[in-house]
Design a protein around this ligand. Structure first.
Ligand SMILES: Cc1cc2nc3c(=O)[nH]c(=O)nc-3n(C[C@H](O)[C@H](O)[C@H](O)COP(=O)(O)OP(=O)(O)OC[C@H]3O[C@@H](n4cnc5c(N)ncnc54)[C@H](O)[C@@H]3O)c2cc1C
Length: 368
């Protein structure tokens, strides 16, 4: 099979790449790969920045680079809200951070000060719901709202995209490791079943599996198992997402709450592409729900999926060094909704117009 662009990876990033390419009239095929995408497991908390240790990130990268990253992530949020609107997938603006150790670790006051000092009123104190109960000695009224966040259901959005993308572009196969060259000079992607795909350009957005598919990525990119837990319950305030360290929470429909997260200091056991949910981490999520929201009860569902993590904790978005036709969109380090969408938008624009809008700090050229 011949095509202009092959998109490798059946998660939200791959779906949004196909969506934006199709919207620009670019011919593409979508190689979706095995199993359930990570995108179908996590809560839909999309923020245009790393939320953990934000001040440390700002100090480490410099304010200018952070603002570029912020603007880039915001373009991802715009795409998400645009697509959610068109496909009638509910979404809302605003992400609630709970006043916990995360706020201390995040140095929110310092981050706010840094960003305000540099001309952006990105964060704003949020009064919270005064009637909300105080748990663990901390009042929810101390919560803060990160205005630019977006909350949605990634599994619902992914399904909606799968439903509207033309069936004839979808290939239910898996790309095999390594990329060859076809006789006409195009990239040759071999699949585990059926004919290989010959493409002028390939976008590899296969999450953590990208490290196995593309030479040179191992050592830079690895999987980390995240977990989720769904229980019956109602969050005690109208906001839909909250964060406590590395955990996120979301009110689902029909009186269910989803809690999810990953270990800040992962053990080697977490560096796997798939695995079952484990009792220790599930116990942590259960305790948090109980302490913070008073939500008790058995899990209706427990889930585990691998997110992709990079050596410098920043996504890899753009051409692979030495092979400009091979574009990467991976290593989102738990922030794949904003940055995966931003990557889809930027890569489609790069293919369409040849112009790059990707911040240099995210460029895979740093691999060499
Ligand atoms: C518990 C948990 C909570 C999370 N919470 C958040 C959050 O609040 N906010 C946020 O932004 N992010 C969160 N994330 C991370 C987010 O889910 C990911 O960043 C995002 O899903 C990445 O999407 P993706 O499309 O890049 O990859 P994925 O959704 O992982 O999709 C990768 C795709 O590649 C396919 N694939 C694999 N191998 C091959 C192959 N050989 N050939 C072809 N295809 C292949 C897979 O089948 C899959 O379809 C969370 C993750 C987890 C696990």
């Amino acid at each position: 099979m011949k095509t202009d662009v092959a998109v490798v990876g059946g998660g939200l990033c791959g779906a949004l790449c196909c969506w934006t390419l199709q919207a620009q009239g670019v011919e593409c095929v979508w190689i979706r790969g095995p199993g359930r995408p990570t995108s179908a497991v996590g809560p839909g908390l999309a923020v245009p920045a790393p939320t953990d240790h934000l001040a440390r990130v700002v100090r480490g990268l410099g304010v200018e680079a952070c603002l570029q990253m912020w603007d880039f992530g915001c373009r991802g949020l715009e795409l998400l809200s645009e697509v959610c609107g068109q496909l009638q997938v509910p979404y809302s603006r605003g992400v609630l951070f709970l006043p916990s150790n995360a706020v201390e670790a995040n140095d929110l006051a310092e981050t706010e000060e840094l960003l305000r000092h540099h001309g952006r009123g990105i964060m704003r104190a949020f009064a919270g719901d005064p009637s909300a109960p105080s748990r663990g000695g901390q009042s929810l009224s101390q919560a803060r709202l990160l205005e630019s966040g977006l909350s949605f259901s990634p599994s619902v959005l992914l399904q909606a995209l799968c439903d509207v993308l033309p069936a004839e572009i979808c290939i239910e196969g898996s790309m095999q490791p390594g990329i060859g060259q076809a006789s006409g000079g195009a990239l040759l992607l071999r699949l585990d079943q059926g004919d290989p795909v010959e493409a002028e350009i390939a976008i590899v957005c296969a999450g953590a599996a990208s490290a196995r598919l593309v030479p040179g990525l191992s050592g830079w990119l690895w999987p980390q198992l995240g977990q989720a837990r769904i229980v019956a319950g109602q969050l005690p305030f109208p906001a839909v997402s909250a964060n406590w360290g590395h955990e996120s929470y979301q009110q689902l429909e029909a009186g269910r709450v989803l809690a999810a997260g990953f270990r800040p200091d992962p053990s080697p056991d977490d560096r796997v592409e798939e695995g079952p949910p484990d009792e220790t981490f599930q116990g942590f999520l259960a305790r948090f729900l109980s302490l913070r929201f008073g939500i008790e009860g058995e899990a209706e569902q427990t889930l585990a999926a691998a997110l992709s993590v990079t050596l410098d904790n920043l996504p890899l978005i753009g051409p692979l060094p030495g092979e400009s036709r091979l574009l990467l969109a991976t290593g989102f380090c738990g922030r794949g909704y904003a940055f995966g969408a931003a990557a889809a938008r930027a890569l489609a624009a790069l293919i369409f117009s040849g112009k790059s809008t990707i911040p240099r700090i995210l460029n895979p050229s740093r691999l060499v």
